[in-house]
Design a protein around this ligand. Sequence first.
Ligand SMILES: [Zn+2]
Length: 310
Amino acid sequence: MTISLLIAALTVAFPREGAKLPFVERCYLIGSVPPGITNVMVQGRPATVHSLGGWVAMADLTVGSNSVSVTSVGRSFPSTQEVKRVLYVAPKPSVSSSIASAVKKYNKLDFAGDEPKQHPVNSKSVMPVAVIDPGHGGPSDMGAVSPHSLPEKDANLRLSKIVAKELEKRGWRVVLTRTNDVAISLFDRPKVAHRENADVFVSIHHNAPPFDKDPREFRYHCVYAWNDIGKSVAARVNAKMAAALAEKVKNNGVLHANYAVTRNPEIPSCLIEIDFITVPEGELDSWNRQRQELLSVAIADGLDEWRRNP
Ligand SMILES: [Zn+2]
């Protein structure tokens, strides 16, 4: 009994046990301890511990073994508690394979036409249709994970439902690509927008940095789009988000992205990265209901403005 409680006390949320990593020389680790514990050590160096117990550290993976030890000593621990992580790191890619991946080109969605459709959004008398896509889902696609092991897929779904309610209040018809924790392939998501003859497609995500970058240095929001019709929506939404999150989260603006869910020649599409849930402060904000309400109003304001002036 005592032993199982102790094991639950110090957790590593990322990387998961036995995680396979691409070639990296260092990797971030995040996890949690009960509030009040401040002494978390990763490879013998202190981790940054937030007041609510989330912690962040960088592990060096160039020292031979990829086994990383995490220890903690604190009020509720009778002695040093150690958790070991064994990480599998892929071999360094050859120069030729990295060149091959750099020139890889993607085409538009194969089920989409070549021209933007005439949407009812251009006619003020017809109810506009938004497809909101909560990113990830299902048992094998969690998305990013927060220090307290809260998966991005849940944060995306929760916010998407609040955005949907806000848009419905304003006269939009809204279709969610998923309403519970199910897996949907990336290519099936924009198909929902085609099936519903949607005016706009918005994918909602929470961010995580690359494995070898320090999460403490990453905190921004941004909106990705692929073509001009997508960037037009993205710009309106981004401006409203920037005003809502002013001073709290940096604005990285509208960025180009060749994603399956943005590569849509017919239906204006964008992907919103709300915040980074890998840092304790970002995690807290991502699960804060008041901030979700604030963001849903900002996203709906952006879509309304785009509708008035596409
Ligand atoms: Zn995501």
